[in-house]
Design a protein around this ligand. Sequence first.
Ligand code: PEP
Length: 254
Amino acid sequence: MNKKIIIANWKLNGSIQLLQNLLKPISDFVKMNHISSKVIIAPPSVYLNQAYNIVLNTNVIIGAQNVDVNSFGAFTGEISVNMLKDINIRYVIVGHSERRLHHQENNILIAKKFEVVKHAKLIPILCIGETDKDYNLYTTQRVCQKQIDIIFDLLGETAFCNTIIAYEPIWAIGSKKIPSLNYIQDMCCFIKDYILKQQNINKKSFFIQYGGSVNENNIQQLCKIPDVDGFLIGSVSLSLNKFLKILKTISIDK
Ligand code: PEP
């Protein structure tokens, strides 16, 4: 059975009201329909604890959108892996392109965050992907390889054991444009093979997501791509009807 992992990134959107109007019905839906796919919702950090309590006793999991590399101390405004563990959060998005762009996070910092998350025995969701310039220059594979290599350099050959990698072409995020299905398959297959070549682990010990303008209309096609283990969804995850349609589609498409 092909169980997809669905990750919803709420980005800088959310409120106590939204937890009730969006998260609560999603978790009720997952529970009532016995959706067995992993559904991970990443709200802004101030809502993590409340969100965790809303989804308690359902299959929905709450994840964080970001974490600091430091564990404690004079780092105003940051949150640490220990704080996430303290409130039972196990999944953390690392290296989202918006963090790379708006917060100047480079491959080295992202690799350190990935390391901190793994050492804390949490599960990193590493975002990698090319810009439209890279895409037009046909350098996508080289760019992704670099984003992966730096993590191997820091963590050694078991770096990607028990992790999720979200392949997200930056030009597809929020643009309503997706690459061709063949292109997504080729890239996800490339990433999988590249990681397996560097390390002696089972291919089931890590997962490859596709992210970038996934919606309720294209999900059925995207589900057919063999090397895609699931999806990271941004804007559409904020619409209850559209997100539930996606969950329905992936649960039928097994
Ligand atoms: C994202 O931000 O990771 C993302 C995939 O966004 P969207 O679905 O809106 O393209």
